[in-house]
Structure formats: C-alpha cells, structure tokens
Design a protein around this ligand. Structure first.
Ligand code: FMN
Length: 351
C-alpha cells in the first residue's frame, strides 16, 4: 500500500503546476489554482541566496493564501546551506512542503553541482535531503531527472536513495541532464519508479494535452501528474484533465473574449505583485504571447503585445482585436495544441 501524500489534498490524484523559473510566479500559480491545479510549487530558489537573505530571492518567496497547498523549491549542493534555507523558509513563510531541485540542467547551476549536478553523486543527494529534513518540520519532497547522463541513467536507484534519505514525495522528469529537453520523456521509467517506491511518485514530462495527462497516469500508475509547458497560455488544462480523470467530457477551452479577460486579470495580478511595474510588463509579455498563440492573426497580435509597457496598452490591443471582423468571427479557435512551440522558446531562454 503506497504511503499517502504528506499534506491534506482534496483529491487522490493531484495535478501539480510544475516549478518553472520565470513562469511559475505567484500570479500564474494563483491563476492555475483557480483553473484546477491542486498543488503549486515556486520556481527554484538558491539556498545560498535565501540564507544570505538576498532581497530579490526573498521577494520570490511571497505567496497568497489562495495558492495553498504550495511547495517552495530550493537548490544547492551545500547541505548546510540547504538546511539553513529550509529552516528560514519554514519559519518565515510556512509553505506546505519544501521541494529539493535535483533536476535543473542549466550550466550555471550544475557547474556548482546544484540541480541535476547532484545526480553525479548519490551520497551528496542523500546528505542534502537529510540536511533539509533536519532543518524543517515540514515534509520534504524531491524532483529528479533520470540521471546525469546516459551512462549514469538509473532513475530507480536514484529514487530509492531519495526515499531512504527521507523524501516524502518524488517527481520524476524522465530525461537525463545530458538530454536537457531533447528526445521524449521516458514514461516507462515513471512506471518503474512508481512501482519501486512506497512514497507517492509524480509523473512529469511531455504532457501537452489533458489526454496526455490521463494517458500518463494510466500507463505509469503514478500517484499524480505535474504539468509544466502544457500550462502555458492554457491554465484550464488542469480543469480539463480533472474532467477526463473523473470520466466526464472535457470542458471546452474558454472562447477568445474570456481568454483575453483571463490574460488581463493575470496581467493585473502581475502588475500588483511585481515591485517594478515596467519590469512586470516586460516579464509578462511571454504569457501574453502564449495566451494568444493559435488565434487568427496571432503573429501580428503577438508583435504588438511584445512591445507593451503597461496593462492599459494590453487592454487597448485586445479591444482593437475584438473589434475587427476576423477576431470576432474566428476567435473561438482552439489553441490547446500550441504550447509546444512556445515551450521550445521558453526553454531556450531559461537555458
Ligand atoms: C521555462 C522553464 C523553467 C523551468 N524551471 C524549473 C525550475 O525552476 N525547477 C524545476 O524543478 N524545473 C524547472 N523546469 C522543468 C519543468 O518543471 C519540467 O520538469 C519540464 O519542463 C518537463 O515537463 P513538461 O514536459 O510538462 O514541460 C523548467 C522548465 C521550463 C520550460
């Protein structure tokens, strides 16, 4: 009998919004919670920066009550710093759990053995998990890749070591660090890890549609699924997935007018959340691009949206679009399968 999730949940099969640097910020997390994400996780935050109380990093730790249950994800290869960061986060912010990032493939992180860099040394993985567990009374969860490289690919061994060291939930993104985001996520590895572990295992990787999420769950027996790029511009993927999991017909994606209203609400939230409003608009442009991807005339629309400096400019662009015949006539097109191209760009900019 698998162990339960270590915090209360409203469902047996939780749908998680993945941690994503520059994307899974508080406003997007709140939007996704509203559209059916059961759990959200912050983007990864450096343990060293938390420990030094770096202002920009602490600002990223802010979250609203409507985001709970929420996990704060930390990374670093220094077990003491990771334990200290876990203590500070637990004392000051009180999320439901602390998640350790053992998956980040980005060069500036792995060169100090952070993120997936830890996967080269499973003794280090264990000591980091033990130090974080000693620093907090909150549940500690981990997110891993399948290994550092093809030679060192061994997700079951890595996962068992994480469980032994005290991880209470494990997410597997079944690619190696060497693969970065290329090739397909190997869902068979999620199945192998889910059957080897007693703790709940979350499957992650290549869920682009609600149907993919259901297929992953069926094929792997994972306890829940985590969605990253598939949520871009379509936070309702969570509600749609829930519909399918519960045997209902999937609800339709919102029509264009409603989609614009959601994008605007998201933009207002970002504007309020960010300390620098001009920076907020610039940061927000990528979300705008994702919300309009696939609409008729979207290339032109995107060009305009990528130049905005304020939410009122976004409003004017949307009003103008809706007043044009092609916007009104064809605006109900489905954009569900467009997140992929967008994701490629996001990964390129994140790396
Ligand atoms: C823009 C971007 C930023 C990411 N940042 C993080 C991060 O901060 N922490 C983390 O564990 N994974 C991060 N990831 C990886 C995702 O959480 C996820 O494991 C990966 O994208 C595979 O899932 P998907 O196929 O649903 O996108 C990031 C991915 C993207 C696209």
């Amino acid at each position: 009998m698998p162990r339960p999730f270590p915090f209360p949940l409203r469902t047996d099969t939780p749908l998680y919004l993945a941690p994503m640097a520059g994307v899974s910020e508080s406003p997007f997390r709140r939007i996704c919670r509203r559209f059916g994400a059961d759990v959200v996780v912050t983007e990864f935050l450096s343990a060293e920066a938390i420990r030094r109380e770096n202002e920009a990093t602490l600002a990223k730790l802010r979250f609203g009550e409507d985001e709970r249950p929420i996990g704060v994800q930390i990374f670093g290869a220094d077990a003491t710093a990771m334990g200290d960061a876990a203590r500070l986060v637990s004392d000051v912010f009180q999320p439901e759990f602390i998640d350790i990032n053992f998956g980040c493939p980005v060069k500036k992180v792995v060169k100090r053995n952070g993120g997936s860099g830890c996967l080269k040394d499973l003794g280090l993985v264990e000591s980091v998990i033990r130090a974080v567990s000693a620093g907090t009374t909150l549940p500690v969860t981990v997110k891993i890749r399948s290994g550092w490289s093809e030679d060192m690919r061994n997700p079951v061994e890595i996962a068992l070591r994480c469980q032994d060291a005290g991880a209470t939930v494990l997410t597997l993104h079944p690619r190696t660090r060497a693969q970065m985001y290329s090739g397909a996520a190997r869902w068979d590895e999620i199945a192998a890890v889910a059957s080897a572990l007693e703790i709940p295992v979350l499957g992650n990787g290549d869920i682009k549609t609600p149907e993919d999420a259901v297929a992953m769950r069926r094929q792997t027996g994972c306890a829940g699924v985590m969605i990253a790029r598939g949520s871009f511009g379509q936070p309702w993927i969570f509600d749609q997935t829930r519909d399918l999991l519960e045997g209902r017909e999937k609800r339709a994606a919102p029509p264009v007018r409603e989609r614009f209203a959601i994008a605007l609400e998201h933009a207002h939230m970002a504007d309020e959340f960010e300390l620098d409003p001009r920076g907020a608009a610039v940061e927000f442009r990528k979300h705008l691009g994702w919300y309009v991807k696939g609409l008729p005339g979207s290339a032109d629309l995107r060009k305009k949206l990528y130049a905005v400096h304020s939410v009122s400019e976004v409003e004017a662009i949307f009003d103008d679009y809706l007043s044009q015949p092609y916007g009104a006539r064809h605006g109900e097109d489905d954009v569900a399968d467009t997140a992929n191209d967008v994701a490629d760009n996001a990964i390129a900019s994140a790396a």
